[in-house]
Design a protein around this ligand. Structure first.
Ligand code: NDP
Length: 288
């Protein structure tokens, strides 16, 4: 079994460590706040005294930190121990930081992979877990089996930015959806409908999304620049957006979110695209 080092023991790093230990790997850990290692040490991990010791314990180094700056803060004084190792940074950040990190690691003789785990800590290692990786292809192949313990590993190519961007794009949908759910819950709540009743109802709409996206080949049409009306045109949706904003204002609920949504449909109509599919909105984002 591969020996692995995990640096960063927030909920994600701890769950990764526990999962690797359960799969029979030996795991060395390091965390800025040592007490956060207590549980994983009790489960069999070895706590390194310094970041240098943590690097030197394994050829595979997994980082699970708040951002990429934390990697430089931790490993900046240990660069002499990077050569020959593979650093997989599973932290969230912007794509440009990712490229900078890959160049930084390469300059010290390390192989670098960007990683983005797409599930919360409690789901790491389950059948539902998956993760995006990009960067050094040989490094990915070398450690594919180990990374697969955490979740299904999906390699997106040699560009280190790719996995970070795919992670951020998924989270873009996640955050926008959660914010929409929060707003809608407040909206019906203002009329006395309990959150649990509303959330039970809206589940049906959410589960309809995959079919809506897949059935009509929406992605292929967007790629081809084909935004012909598919039954949900901009004019109709703008009227709906107007009503959601109006309902929010009437019920005294913050209307900033529906106002922003409404503005995209209005822009599309102003540009002469009222009869197009909602997919036209993608073009508005492309050319702000
Ligand atoms: P936490 O914020 O709880 O933990 C972050 C870790 O980073 C801690 O170990 C913390 O150390 C360390 N850290 C932060 N800044 C520094 C620094 N300057 N120097 C040294 N150490 C530092 O994060 P999570 O475990 O929740 O998440 C880790 C990564 O995984 C994040 O990038 C997150 O976006 C991503 N992610 C999280 C998910 C989740 O559900 N939580 C899901 C998918 C991805 P210390 O303990 O000393 O504070």
């Amino acid at each position: 079994m591969t020996s692995t080092t995990v640096i960063g023991l927030g909920p994600m790093g701890q769950a990764m460590t526990r999962t690797l230990l359960a799969a029979g790997h030996s795991v060395t850990v390091w965390n800025r706040t040592p007490s956060r290692a207590d549980d994983v040490v009790a489960a069999g991990a070895v706590l390194a005294a310094t970041p240098t010791d943590a690097l030197e314990a394994s050829e595979l180094i997994l980082l699970s930190l708040t951002d990429y700056q934390a990697m430089w803060d931790i490993l900046g004084a240990s660069t002499g121990s990077l050569a020959g190792r593979t650093v997989v940074n599973l932290s969230s950040d912007t794509p440009d930081q990712t490229t900078k990190a890959a160049d930084w690691a390469a300059s010290y003789g390390a192989r670098f992979l960007t990683g983005g785990l797409m599930v919360p800590a409690v789901m790491i290692g389950t059948d539902h877990a998956y993760a995006y990786y990009s960067g050094d292809p040989e490094a990915f192949e070398t450690y594919r089996t180990t990374l697969a313990q955490l979740g299904d590993p999906r390699f997106l190519g040699a560009d280190p930015q790719r996995a970070q961007l795919m992670y951020q794009a998924n989270l873009d949908v996640f955050l926008a959806t959660m914010t929409g759910l929060a707003h809608a819950t407040a909206l019906v709540g203002a009329a006395g409908i309990p959150a649990q009743d509303f959330l039970a109802e809206v589940t049906q709409l959410l589960t309809g999304f995959p079919a809506m996206i897949a059935a009509d080949g929406v992605g292929a049409r967007i790629d081809a620049g084909d935004h012909r009306d598919d039954g949900a045109n901009i004019l109709m949706l703008k009227a709906t957006a107007d009503h959601i904003r109006g309902a929010s204002e009437a019920l005294g609920v913050d209307a900033a979110l529906p106002q922003v949504v409404q503005s995209y449909f209005r822009q599309a109509i102003d540009a002469g695209h009222g009869a197009d599919s909602w997919t036209r909105i993608v073009e508005l984002f492309r050319r702000p």
